[in-house]
Unconditional design. Structure first.
Length: 170
């Protein structure tokens, strides 16, 4: 146990030395240091800077959450660091299907999840309507046949998005 504690202390000292070195390079030498060399948090090596539009920068995670139309959380994934949302749309829909055994009729996400490949793959899973938009008027896309119930998809995701924004700042 004592040896394990000494190893942890040695790791912390090495991280502090690296942090001091990066700070000196950035401030004294005015060098642009690659993010891979920066230590964002001494207490949580998996955390990353989170920058969203004009919002304040925070250190933490960007949780991925899927919920049913009734608000039931049907999938939750916590990727390391500042993972791009677009890579998680398909995975979250698949996780939701795995957890519930139900293919959702509609999926609504903000424009951070937008990718043509993701849209096509989610439709290929059997989802009838996929709405990806940040505006009050979502751009609904779906199969070639007409689909009702597109209006209001953005409103349904609003509370979850607000909660996630709060969680990522903690």
């Amino acid at each position: 146990m004592g040896e394990e504690a000494l190893c942890l202390i040695a790791d912390d000292l090495a991280a502090l030395e690296q942090t001091a070195n990066v700070c000196e390079r950035r401030i004294m030498a005015e060098e642009k240091v690659p993010i891979a060399e920066k230590i964002i948090s001494l207490s949580d090596s998996d955390a990353s800077f989170i920058v969203k539009g004009g919002w304040n920068t925070a250190v933490g995670y960007r949780p991925q959450l899927a919920r049913s139309g009734s608000g039931f959380v049907s999938a939750l994934v916590l990727p390391l660091g500042n993972a791009a949302d677009s890579r998680h749309l398909v995975a979250m829909v698949k996780e939701q299907i795995t957890n519930t055994g139900v293919i959702p009729a509609m999926t609504s996400a903000d424009d951070g999840y937008s990718s043509q490949e993701g849209l096509e793959e989610v439709l290929g899973l059997g989802v009838k309507v996929v709405s990806i938009s940040a505006s009050a008027e979502p751009k609904a896309r779906g199969s070639s046949r007409p689909s009702n119930g597109k209006a209001g998809l953005t409103d349904r995701r609003g509370p979850s998005a607000a909660r996630l924004s709060h969680w990522s700042s903690l």
